[in-house]
Design a binder for this molecule. Structure first.
Ligand code: XIL
Length: 345
């Protein structure tokens, strides 16, 4: 048994966010399957609804885990994450159904016909949506479909089926949602949509095309994986979000982190710049109003951040350091939500 811990002092970022009209301040968690699952200090922060009102599974609902063999589904990990979130009254953004990465070998190692792969996609989408129903607040139906030039990027889905894969994915998802009769939001999720530009315009056009075909699309997730000192300005982030809101859909900040591209990660001046970058991103979500429904960080502490394994030599991206101490960025988020100037930036 570990010793009783003192209560966590304020601010409570989820309580503040919900007080400001957001649905949540949330975090990704890589549970089950990593050391997070049994780390008492990590869990003590995660399992406090004052801190988080939403959890996104960092991996466990992805294709390779949920359909490891064709038409053999594994819901165990997703159930574990959902059970945990529900125990604390937290919502879950289910992530994701159709993506280029983390596919099962049985998908990537076959020369599919368009028709056969479309059937694979349909079965995967509809089985997961049907199984978890409205335990998922939303699903990221297609993840990261666009290249920086605004064209669809190469993936087994695009390369085999062509651009129609994107619209079919949402059509299949809509069919499954309608079958459940439940309120389950359907999202597109990507990075590089945080400022106006070619890619963001391409995403607007995908939304418009879905809408013109009367296919359900409820929102767009702006991942917001940033680099310290190189994030879009507050005004740019407001403008990009407003463009989606003007189409009548919601937006969410879905994977926020701000990484140092080289060490050291813990200098006072570096942390102040990072705090400003977090502040601006969160402030943009506040500024556009309720249509920006919530803010999710892509895990909350540097020890479990995905950054060092994805970007060699980079790190320090999260709002708690690697010993779970709050960084200036943590307090900056509280100030941005409250609408007061940043004192730690
Ligand atoms: C990342 C996970 O955090 C890593 O653990 C995994 O190895 C790779 O994927 N965009 C997304 C997320 O939409 O699914 C990715 O998550 C990070 C980038």
């Amino acid at each position: 048994m570990s010793a009783p811990q003192p209560p966590t002092p304020p601010p409570y970022l989820n309580s503040l966010a919900q007080g400001a009209g957001k649905l949540w301040f949330g975090t990704a968690a890589d549970i089950p399957g990593t050391a997070e699952q049994t780390d008492p200090d990590y869990l003590r922060i995660l399992e406090n609804p004052g801190n988080f009102g939403e959890i996104t599974p960092a991996n466990i609902m992805k294709f390779m885990y949920t359909e490891p063999e064709q038409n053999v589904f594994n819901f165990t990990g997703g159930d574990y994450l959902l059970d945990l979130a529900e125990r604390y009254g937290m919502r879950v953004r289910c992530h994701n159904l159709v993506w280029v990465s983390q596919l099962s070998p049985w998908v990537t190692d076959v020369n599919w016909t368009a028709e056969a792969l479309t059937a694979v996609m349909k079965n995967h989408i509809q089985t997961l949506i049907t199984h978890w129903g409205d335990r998922c607040y939303s699903w990221d139906v297609v993840n990261e479909a666009l290249a920086s030039d605004g064209n669809f990027s190469s993936s087994i889905w695009y390369d085999t089926i062509g651009p129609e894969y994107f619209f079919l994915a949402y059509q299949f998802a809509q069919e499954a949602v309608e079958q459940t009769g439940k309120d389950i939001k359907l999202y597109y999720n990507d990075y590089g949509l945080e400022n106006p530009g070619v890619k963001t315009t391409a995403a607007y056009n995908l939304v418009k095309e879905l809408q013109s075909r009367r296919i359900k699309i409820d929102g767009v997730g702006l991942e917001s994986h940033f680099e310290v000192g190189a994030t879009p300005s507050l005004a740019q982030q407001v403008a990009a979000k407003q463009g989606f809101l003007d189409l009548g859909i919601d937006v969410a900040i879905t994977e926020l982190d701000v990484r140092f591209t080289s060490a050291p990660y813990y200098t006072a001046s570096g942390e102040a710049t990072q705090a400003q970058n977090y502040y601006d991103s969160v402030a943009s979500c506040i500024e556009v109003g309720r249509g920006c429904i919530g803010i999710t960080v892509w895990d909350f502490d540097d020890a479990y951040s995905w950054v060092p394994s994805a970007f060699a030599g980079q790190g320090g991206a999260d709002i708690y350091n690697d010993t779970l101490q709050r960084k200036p960025a943590f307090y900056a988020i509280g100030e941005a939500i409250t609408g007061v100037p940043c004192t730690v930036c």
